[in-house]
Each structure stands twice: as structure tokens, then as C-alpha cells.
Design a protein around this ligand. Structure first.
Ligand SMILES: [Zn+2]
Length: 129
């Protein structure tokens, strides 16, 4: 499969931003080649699927596995005085409150399919830029 320029993983346009699209492309390619089962790639934790269904940010990206639903984005923030598994942040106001706090915080934007439970890290970036 040829590598499309827009699929190349790289530092994002902002300092500290990491784009995980190349890793996702590799995973989907392995799945389509039959090297991974649907259970290998559609293994989202029930909590993530619940967040995706209830508070996920819709995208126009069709799920690359089931092609039956669009992916949604769920954001988790990690940093001082937050749970070890991160905090699922669902509103801009909540994100802004965290931004005002002392310390370094990192946002992980996870894409998930509410239909088949496919999930993958989409990008990560520092909350404060
Ligand atoms: Zn799906």
C-alpha cells in the first residue's frame, strides 16, 4: 500500500503535538491483510464506548473497520492531581479550567467507533501551548 503524504506520522503543527495516523494506518493495513482479527482492533473499554456514545465529538471519518458509523473523539487529560487513568473532559469550559491550573497537562484525543468498538489514539498535545 502506498503511503499517502497526509498519513505520515509526524510532529503536529504545534509544539509537542504528536499525530498517530501512521500507526493507525499500519494497524488497519494489518487488519485488512488478515493478520489481525476484529477482536484485536475492536477492543475499546466499555467506559470509552459509553463516553463516545454520550459525550464524544462527532467526526466525518467513517470507521475503517466496520464502515458502519463515523468515528467520534473522546479527550482524556493527564496531569497533576488527576486520576491515573486520566480525566475524560467533555466541555470547553472544563478544559479551560484545567488549563488555568498549575502544572503540565497532556491531552490524548482518542477516536472510537460507537458501533464496533474500534479505537485508536489520534493525537496527543500539551494542554498549554
Ligand atoms: Zn466501527
Amino acid at each position: 500500500m502506498p503511503i499517502r503524504p497526509d498519513a505520515v506520522s509526524r510532529e503536529g503543527s504545534r509544539p509537542g503535538e504528536i499525530d498517530y495516523r501512521l500507526a493507525r494506518l499500519a494497524l488497519v493495513t494489518e487488519y485488512r491483510a488478515g493478520h489481525l482479527s476484529v477482536n484485536d482492533v475492536c477492543d475499546a473499554h466499555p467506559e470509552l464506548i459509553r463516553a463516545a456514545q454520550q459525550v464524544g465529538e462527532p467526526t466525518t471519518d467513517l470507521c475503517p473497520i466496520c464502515e458502519d458509523a463515523n468515528l467520534v473523539i473522546v479527550r482524556y487529560v493527564f496531569g497533576p492531581r488527576l486520576p491515573a487513568h486520566g480525566r475524560c473532559v467533555t466541555t470547553a469550559a472544563e478544559m479551560e479550567r484545567l488549563r488555568q491550573r498549575k502544572g503540565e497537562f497532556t491531552v490524548y484525543a482518542v477516536e472510537a467507533c460507537p458501533s464496533c468498538a474500534f479505537n485508536h489514539l489520534r493525537r496527543s498535545y500539551p494542554l498549554k501551548r
